[in-house]
Design a protein around this ligand. Structure first.
Ligand SMILES: Cc1ncc(COP(=O)(O)O)c(C=O)c1O
Length: 368
C-alpha cells in the first residue's frame, strides 16, 4: 500500500484518556475527566426523551439534508436555510471546508497555539499552515495575521474563544480584521465555545456573517448542550460554500438521533443561559482557588482554563501524568503548544475540588 504523501506527517488526534481506561490502569475508584472541554451535565431531559422516541426509526437512514434541523437553526438565527450547513461535529465541517478549498501549495492563516485540527487539515491537502504566534498576553496578533495573508491564502481561521487559551476577540476587532482580508479568502470563525462567553463587550459575530460573503461561523452542540457523544455541529456560511460542502460530505453525515437531539436542545435556550451562568460561576471559583495557591491562569471566557504548572514540569515525570495516576485527567499543555501549562475543563464544583486537591498533593513542600 502506498499512502498519499500529504498524510505522512499527520499525527492522529490524541483525545483525553477515557475515564474507564484510567480507572483500570491505575486501579482507581474515582476518576474525574477535565480534559476534553465537555459539559459536566447530561443532555436536557427533553432531549433524552426525544432520543428515546426516535429509536424505533433507526432502521431508516437519516435525512441527508437535515432539513428539520437546518430549518430550526435558520429560524433560531433568522438566516436563510441555504446558509446553514450541518456536520458530524463542527470538526467535520472544518475538514470538509478544507476539502472544498485547499490544494497543494495553498495557505491557511491561523493563530498558534490554537485548535490542533487546523494544522492537520492543511497537511491533508499539502497546504501550508501559516501559524501566527499569539501575543505574549495570549491575545490574537491580528496585525501579524493580516500581514501573513498572501496570494496563496485560501482561508483564515479565528478560534474565538481560542482553544487552548480561552481568551476571546470582541466582534468589533474581528470586523476590522475581516475588512482587511481579501474578499476571495474565506474567514472561518470557529465558535465552539461561544455560548460560554460572559464578557460585557461580546456582541457576537453573526451580523458579520450575514453582511459578508466570505465569512463562515462554526458552532457545535458538543459543548454547552452536552451532546459531544452524538456528534453534531453547524455552520452559518455563504450559500455557495454550503453547496460546495454538499458535494464532498458523505450522503448521511449526521445521524438520526443527533438531528433529533439537536432540534430539541435548541428549544431550551433558558437552560443554555443557566448553564452559561453556572459555568461562569465555577470558572471564577477555579480561578480564585488556583490564585490562592499562587498559581497563574490565563483569563478565559470558555469552559476551560490554562493553569501554570511550570514548577511541576519535571521532564522525568510529567505533572499531567501524575495527576492522571491520582484520578484527575487534564490536558497536558505540551500537546497543545503550551508547555508549562495544563488545560483544565471547568467541570462540576466537586470535580474541581477533586482536581485541586490532587494538584495540591503534587506540590513538593519547600525544603527547610
Ligand atoms: C475550537 C474547537 N473547534 C471545534 C471543535 C470540535 O467540536 P465538535 O466536532 O465536537 O463539534 C472543538 C472541540 O473540542 C474545539 O475545541
Amino acid at each position: 500500500m502506498k499512502f498519499i504523501p500529504a498524510i505522512q506527517n499527520i499525527v492522529p488526534y490524541v483525545p483525553g484518556a477515557p475515564i474507564e481506561t484510567v480507572m483500570a490502569r491505575y486501579g482507581l475508584e474515582r476518576v474525574v475527566k477535565l480534559a476534553s472541554n465537555e459539559f459536566p451535565l447530561p443532555p436536557f431531559l427533553e432531549v433524552k426523551e426525544a432520543i428515546v422516541a426516535a429509536l424505533d426509526g433507526l432502521n431508516r437512514y437519516p435525512d441527508g439534508d437535515a432539513l428539520d434541523l437546518r430549518g430550526a437553526l435558520a429560524e433560531h438565527y433568522g438566516r436563510p436555510l441555504e446558509e446553514i450547513a450541518i456536520g458530524n461535529g463542527s470538526c467535520e465541517l472544518l475538514m470538509l471546508i478544507g476539502d472544498t478549498l485547499l490544494e497543494s501549495g495553498d495557505e491557511v492563516v491561523y493563530a498558534d497555539p490554537s485548535f490542533t485540527v487546523y494544522a492537520d487539515i492543511c497537511m491533508r491537502h499539502g497546504a501550508k499552515a501559516v501559524a501566527v504566534p499569539l501575543l505574549p498576553d495570549f491575545g490574537h496578533d491580528l496585525e501579524a495575521m493580516a500581514a501573513a495573508i498572501g496570494p496563496r491564502t485560501k482561508m483564515v481561521i479565528l478560534c474565538n474563544p481560542n482553544n487552548p487559551t480561552g481568551n476571546y476577540l470582541p466582534a468589533a476587532e474581528i470586523a476590522a480584521f475581516i475588512d482587511r482580508v481579501p474578499k476571495d479568502v474565506l474567514v472561518v470563525l470557529d465558535e465552539a465555545y461561544n455560548e460560554f462567553v460572559t464578557a460585557a463587550d461580546w456582541q457576537g459575530t453573526l451580523p458579520l456573517q450575514a453582511e459578508r460573503a466570505n465569512v463562515c461561523v462554526l458552532r457545535t452542540f458538543s459543548k454547552i448542550y452536552g451532546l459531544a457523544g452524538l456528534r453534531v455541529g453547524y455552520g452559518l456560511c455563504p450559500a455557495p460554500l454550503k453547496s460546495a460542502l454538499d458535494k464532498v460530505r458523505q450522503p448521511f453525515n449526521v445521524n438520526r438521533l443527533a438531528q433529533v437531539a439537536a432540534i430539541e436542545a435548541l428549544k431550551h435556550q433558558d437552560r443554555v443561559l443557566e448553564r452559561r451562568r453556572q459555568n461562569a460561576e465555577v470558572r471564577e471559583y477555579l480561578r480564585d482557588t488556583l490564585a490562592a495557591m499562587g498559581r497563574a491562569t490565563v483569563p478565559t471566557e470558555a469552559n476551560f482554563m490554562l493553569v501554570d504548572i511550570t514548577d511541576l514540569c519535571d521532564p522525568q515525570e510529567r505533572a499531567c501524568t501524575s495527576l492522571m495516576a491520582l484520578g484527575a485527567i487534564v490536558r497536558d499543555g505540551n500537546a497543545l503548544g503550551c508547555p508549562g501549562w495544563a488545560r483544565v475543563t471547568v467541570g462540576a464544583p466537586d470535580e474541581i475540588d477533586f482536581f485541586v486537591e490532587r494538584l495540591r498533593s503534587l506540590v513538593r513542600p519547600a525544603s527547610p
